[in-house]
Design a protein around this ligand. Structure first.
Ligand code: NAP
Length: 261
């Protein structure tokens, strides 16, 4: 999707993948810096481990505690996180909905949840409830984010059953766990108490219609998978590296084409 956008914008860059081992991360980052690359993406399992290898962190990365995009600014490597903002942009695109002032339920408390919660708080969400299989992890996320974002009401609940009881006034429910990648896995949360106007966003995108989205559709709720987020985080990274906005919808259409194959 990056190379498609680079071609469309007539920019003389190329985007290439490198597989890097955890032991080789620091040397790989030094090498990229020495080579003078314009920037790079960082993905699992390096999103947190890369942070000490960088010269500076943008607020998006600092708040999320993870980096997915690095810009080489004249020899200084600056880490950003575009995952959470990508999700918010995708929610706006898919549902025509702004998260400012909204009530959000989050399933999960891993790296993706952290990025999502930080971005939602920065975007002015009014209230966020988090439930996670390992309750302590959700509690730790709530206490870290509450200190940083006192204007958003952040709470956690004991488990998924307790979350189901708090869904009556939720605008958007977001699944940030990997549950659903196995197409036979049952959703960990029942959606029956969500209001009919609410939306269900599943960060999982393979299969494209996850079990959670099937459940949402049965109840007549609007739903979307994480492909839009994947494209949107890429668009934001592209802008950070090049200063150029890629043609609207181009990255998503490249991803859709790949998924059809
Ligand atoms: P992570 O840090 O390993 O966190 C995994 C989360 O899933 C934790 O909350 C974990 O709960 C929960 N979980 C895993 N298996 C579970 C199960 N069987 N039942 C209940 N909860 C379970 O991973 P991550 O980086 O946050 O990624 C999570 C998912 O988001 C992945 O599927 C990833 O592909 C997706 N993602 C999508 C995008 C996108 O662009 N669409 C971007 C980022 C991530 P515990 O804490 O209890 O272990």
């Amino acid at each position: 999707m990056h190379n498609g956008a680079l071609r469309a914008c007539g920019l003389n860059y190329v985007y290439v993948p490198f597989k890097v081992s955890p032991e080789g991360l620091s040397a790989a980052v030094s090498g990229l810096k020495a080579l003078g690359v314009a920037g790079f993406s960082v993905t699992i399992p390096h999103k947190t481990a890369v942070m000490p290898c960088l010269d500076e962190l943008d607020i998006s990365a600092e708040a999320a505690g993870a980096v997915n995009t690095v810009k080489n600014d004249g020899g200084r490597l600056i880490g950003y996180n575009t995952d959470g903002d990508g999700m918010i942009r995708s929610i706006a695109d898919e549902f025509g909905f702004s998260v400012r002032g909204a009530s959000i339920a989050i399933i999960g408390a891993g790296g993706a949840a952290r990025g999502a919660v930080a971005a939602l708080c920065r975007a002015g969400a009014a209230r966020i409830i988090i439930a996670n299989r390992t309750r302590e992890r959700a509690a730790e996320l709530v206490s870290a984010m509450s200190l940083r974002f006192p204007d958003t009401g952040l709470t956690t609940v004991a488990g998924f059953k307790e979350l189901e009881e708090c869904l009556d006034d939720i605008d958007v429910l977001v699944n940030t766990t990997s549950v659903g990648m196995d197409r036979d896995a049952l959703p960990v949360v029942q959606l029956t108490r969500l209001p009919p106007t609410s939306m269900v966003y599943d960060m999982v995108y393979a299969p494209p219609v996850t079990p959670l989205l099937q459940e949402a559709a049965k109840l007549g709720l609007a739903g979307a998978n994480g492909l839009g987020m994947l494209a949107a985080q890429g668009e934001l990274a592209f802008i950070i590296w090049t200063g150029v906005t890629p043609p609207s919808g181009l990255m998503k259409s490249v991803i859709d084409r790949i998924c059809e194959c």
